[in-house]
Design a protein around this ligand. Structure first.
Ligand code: SAM
Length: 217
């Protein structure tokens, strides 16, 4: 059985009782970075064998985990933060497990996309989550395809590209387009910046621009 277990995006209180029980019951925990996950699990006093897999070594590691699952081991899959598979490499393992007809049990919990969306003022009956925007190829086409959209869009962005993305959004969607930038969700300096693209860009240019970001527009 492969349990897909959501863990906090930062605040360690954001984990479900079911997630904790599943992690305690699992034979092995598959994770992205063993050091990151060891710290997390140590906090909950959970000690289990860890097996890492990440985008670079996924082919070998995923097959190793598939073998364990075929030996009837209970593997709990976690990612560095949030819900495995949402903009992280976990989906690769899930896909392979489904191909091998292994039972999949998702354990829901924290994810930056939903926390940002429900804390924004944007309508949420029709939204599209695009994950990370293309960095080079397809970036312009992507922005152009969103110019006349009639639904809410949610994207993830890193500290390295937030200003460039806001600047590109200003260019393609217009300086007056209303957006929300959610920063450092569940952390001490959680922030929701509402306003036009120009206002948000100026705000993050003028203030110390740190952390993890979700943009909603
Ligand atoms: N699996 C995670 C989830 O369920 O949200 C997402 C992993 S993805 C590799 C990392 C990106 O998620 C960050 O670059 C950021 O855009 C977003 N993110 C994760 N944690 C966040 C937080 N605490 N505040 C704002 N954005 C966050």
């Amino acid at each position: 059985m492969l349990s897909i277990v959501s863990t906090p995006i930062w605040n360690l209180e954001d984990i479900t009782l079911r997630a904790l029980r599943t992690l305690r019951e699992a034979d092995i925990i598959a994770c992205e970075d063993t050091r990151t996950s060891w710290v997390l699990l140590h906090h909950y006093e959970i000690s289990k064998p860890l097996i890492s897999f990440h985008a670079h070594s996924w082919d070998v590691k995923v097959e190793k985990i598939i073998t364990l699952l075929q030996e009837w081991k209970h593997v709990a899959l976690i990612s560095d933060a949030g819900t495995p598979g949402i903009s992280d490499p976990a989906y690769i393992l899930v896909k392979r497990a489904i191909e091998e007809q292994i039972t999949i049990v998702p354990i829901p919990g924290a994810s930056a996309v939903l926390s940002a969306l429900v804390g924004s003022w944007m309508h949420m009956h029709d939204f599209r989550f695009l994950g990370f925007l293309p960095v080079k190829k397809g970036r312009e086409t992507m922005f152009k395809s969103l110019i006349n959209k009639d639904y809410t869009v949610v994207v993830y962005e890193s500290v390295h590209r937030i200003l460039r993305t806001l600047s590109d959004m200003e260019k393609y969607l217009g300086a007056d387009h209303q957006i929300v930038v959610a920063r450092e969700l569940t952390k001490k300096f959680e922030e929701f910046k509402h306003g036009t693209i120009q206002e948000c860009r100026t705000h993050f240019e003028q203030n110390i621009c740190k952390g993890e970001f979700v943009i909603i527009f």
